[in-house]
Design a protein. Structure first.
Length: 210
């Protein structure tokens, strides 16, 4: 549908004003909010994720597309709520204790939000206890841990152990430059993703089969 394609394209170029105008147009054309979200905004963000993964575009492109996505979601949110559209899942995420890097985590949030997830972001330098408390309170579908330092990545181990010892069996995905699939296995995290888009694909596939 033309208006939905236009939304996807304008999102990819980061044209927030056009995205917002086109959402209004789509609503006036009686396209449902869920279709606007899935076939316009999320579709556009999916393409951005794939291009980023392929190295065809870079972080600034992702960030401007994300800004347009956020603007679009803001306009669409009341219509989605009124139509009773449920988020695809909830991601609880944070950068582990001792670590202040947040750019990678922000990209992970953007990609998950783009895939229709609700995000609960605990920020940076997050102690294991805070993850535990939030996991109990928020009951997310997946928990994401980020670390960029070889020293702080050890705190992923502490966090996973504390969550498991306290009976939290929610799937955990870890990521960040020094981490690896082997490391994820060794600390009994459920998933490891090299990039934000890989993470979305893994979690989406996993939740679709449960
Ligand atoms: C920017 C940066 C900083 C900024 C952070 C600003 C911010 N707001 O985030 C500042 C200046 C604060 C900083 C500080 C430090 N930094 Co620094 N920093 C970097 C740098 C240049 C870029 C990191 C980055 O943002 N990359 C871009 C993002 C998009 O990539 P990413 O984080 O890897 O995330 C991607 C994936 O890994 C994945 N991902 C990440 N997290 C997660 C989580 C999940 C769940 C999933 C699924 C995926 C995922 O998805 C992302 C997108 O695909 C790197 C070098 C580098 N090239 O990586 C050094 C680097 C990480 N820093 C380093 C160091 C040593 C430090 C300091 C200790 C320096 C110092 N002596 O003070 C401090 C530590 C501060 C602290 N306690 O955390 C070292 C780490 C070495 C090591 N292996 O331990 C690096 C590698 C530089 C180097 N070569 O020495 N740093």
């Amino acid at each position: 549908m033309k208006t939905l394609n236009d939304i996807s394209e304008q999102l990819q170029t980061g044209n927030s004003d056009e995205v917002i105008r086109l959402i209004g147009k789509a609503l006036a054309e009686k396209i449902t909010p869920a279709i606007i979200l899935n076939n316009g905004l999320i579709q556009g963000m999916d393409i951005i994720g794939k291009k980023f993964k392929a190295g065809e575009i870079f972080i600034p492109n992702v960030l401007i597309a994300a800004r347009a996505m956020n603007g679009g979601i803001e306009i669409l949110e009341p219509h989605l709520a009124a139509a009773g559209v449920e988020p695809k899942g909830k991601l609880l995420i944070g950068t582990v204790h001792g670590d202040l890097h947040n750019i990678g985590k922000t990209l992970v949030n953007i990609m998950f939000k783009g895939a229709g997830f609700k995000i609960v972001d605990l920020g940076v330098n997050v102690p294991a206890e805070k993850f535990l408390e939030a996991a109990k309170q928020e009951k997310p579908d997946v928990i994401g841990l980020s670390a960029l330092l070889t020293t702080t990545m050890l705190n992923m181990n502490t966090t996973v152990s504390l969550l498991r010892e306290n009976g939290i069996n929610i799937p955990i995905i870890i990521g960040g430059a020094p981490t690896s699939a082997q490391y994820a296995d060794s600390i009994k995290a459920d998933f490891w993703a090299q990039t934000a888009s890989d993470g979305v694909e893994m979690v989406r596939d996993y939740l679709a089969t449960t």
